[in-house]
Design a protein around this ligand. Sequence first.
Ligand code: SF4
Length: 370
Amino acid sequence: GQCAAVCPTGAIVVKKETDQVWAALNDKKTKVVVQIAPAVRVGLGGKLGQKAGDDLMGKIVAALKRMGADEVYDTATGADLTVMEEANEFIERLESGENLPLFTSCCPAWIQYVEKKHPELLPNVSTCRSPMEMFGSVLKEENKHSRRKTVVVAIMPCTAKKFEAAREEFKENGVPYIDYVLTTQELIQMIKESGIYFSELESEAIDMPFSDKSGAGVIFGVTGGVTEAVIRRLAEDKSSAELRSIAFNGVRGMQGLKETTVQYGERELKIAIVSGLKNAEDLIQRMKSGETHYDFVEVMACPGGCVCGAGQPITDAEGKKKRGAGLYAADKMCSIKRSEENPVVMSLYGDLLKGKVHKLLHVDYQKGNR
Ligand code: SF4
């Protein structure tokens, strides 16, 4: 298990941004807003004197506050927006019968792979921005009229997220929605540099006004999580028995290919979940040969999903499993299970996102390929 040894994008040079982030944190005239990806909270375990797979979100928030962050949020809140948009898009495509299967779009290494190797599949890729980019554009919009300059920092399990943040699609007037992406490993380095005793920190809560997230948003960090979140959104039956049956329907587990079916009205939807680009390629070939077909395909470039991202500390198979289990345990502790029940999501649609859903939450990856 060389979980984090290989960068899935094949990038040789990974930009280090810790110096710029320290400069922003130390500058009183700059407001630093941080978002933390789901997989990061379970990625620090094994380091800084913590147990593997433990959910360390509260301590990470406390550390960032001491380091000078003004506001700290959970990217799971952005993931809730992604679930809303992606479920709508899926329903629209099921109704029109066009561009199926719908491929997920949260993994930038997968997007790059489609652009380079399978541009013919771009119409099938969801137009949803990744949770990081959705939340980044919301945070920049929210601070548009702030007197201080706002810098948005994203802490990610991923090196490919640095390239995503630098894409032209994710800039407004030349300014990126996400100013800096730090990997989990860079965060650990900065915590060490700060001299904070991480083990002794008491957990702190996520800030207002985006303090709520659903468990559906949290499980985005592990393979199958996006699919489970979308199925929760689509399920007509909202009971907890139904939630359990979704969980045991084949969406969970670290295998590179999982398949499941869900009933949606009269239709039986076929779903595939792949992690690892080799598995994605095999699946594409089997679809092209007519051997199989799907309505929805989740793809994550890293085997096991983001918990095993190239920005996370290296771990073994057991460590990967513990990280996944850590996210499912965090989901259990969330009082809100479904994205549509998150009050932050509701108030965003009623206010900040009014008339701006397309502008702030979607992206046209096909543009460069037309
Ligand atoms: Fe990044 Fe890997 Fe997650 Fe893709 S699967 S977003 S490359 S950590």
